[in-house]
Ligand binder design. Sequence first.
Ligand SMILES: [Zn+2]
Length: 270
Amino acid sequence: MNIRAILMRISLTKICSVHIHLKRVIEMSKQKVRGIVIEASNKGENDRWLTILCKDIGKISVKSRGCRKPSSKLFGCSALFSYCDFVVDDHLQFYQLISGDPLARFFVGCDDIRKLALANYFADMANKMMKHGQEDNEFMYFLLKALQALDKNVNDIRTIGYIFELRSLVILGFMPYMDNCIGCSDPHIEYFSPEGMLCPNCAKSEDVQLTPEAYLAIVEICMEPVESLFKLKYKSAVKKILSQCAKVMMYYYMHTCFGTYNVTNYIDWY
Ligand SMILES: [Zn+2]
């Protein structure tokens, strides 16, 4: 064998070993994550950037290349509210979607604008409430149950809406104090404020006046297991009070009004 042939063989061996090494790096950088798409923004001709709320690792941003082509295998799993076992690759310093195996599909063929607006609001809230790297499996499970309740019509949609608002803040750690007045410890409670219940002497004009039924409903919404939470039914007068309480709490703790919330305000709920 002449020197040229030897050199060629050496370089071929090197190329092969680099190729094997790269393949191994790509294989190692692939990971399986279970999650739900909470944001989907179109980019370029056919791509989409997704925000996926994942079990165990929290929120991640994922590029889904070519997913808007109807022939793409990523077409279905790259839609908003897709709940899948995803395979993602992070060898390029960002996550890229490889595949998605659907676990549940929400709002397929749904043309109810009220449901879609509220679901969009839930996803928007989840996106703003969860930070990158903040793992919260309880919140993810709660979001799934809320979307499922909306999709399957387990309750009127306004009730699903305020239950979601109130309980999501409780999951984030903003449980209102409910035993007695937070101002003076008087057990005679008549008003709701985001931090807790108040007696008539300590209440301010912006606090929400409660009825005994509304007080019990708030306790129930804060404590009920998530499995049955969205099935809770209330009378119309109680619903109005609960809506007010949820609104006051959202303004107080989130310090912002979501654009998607404004959309839901234009909808006739009843
Ligand atoms: Zn008081």
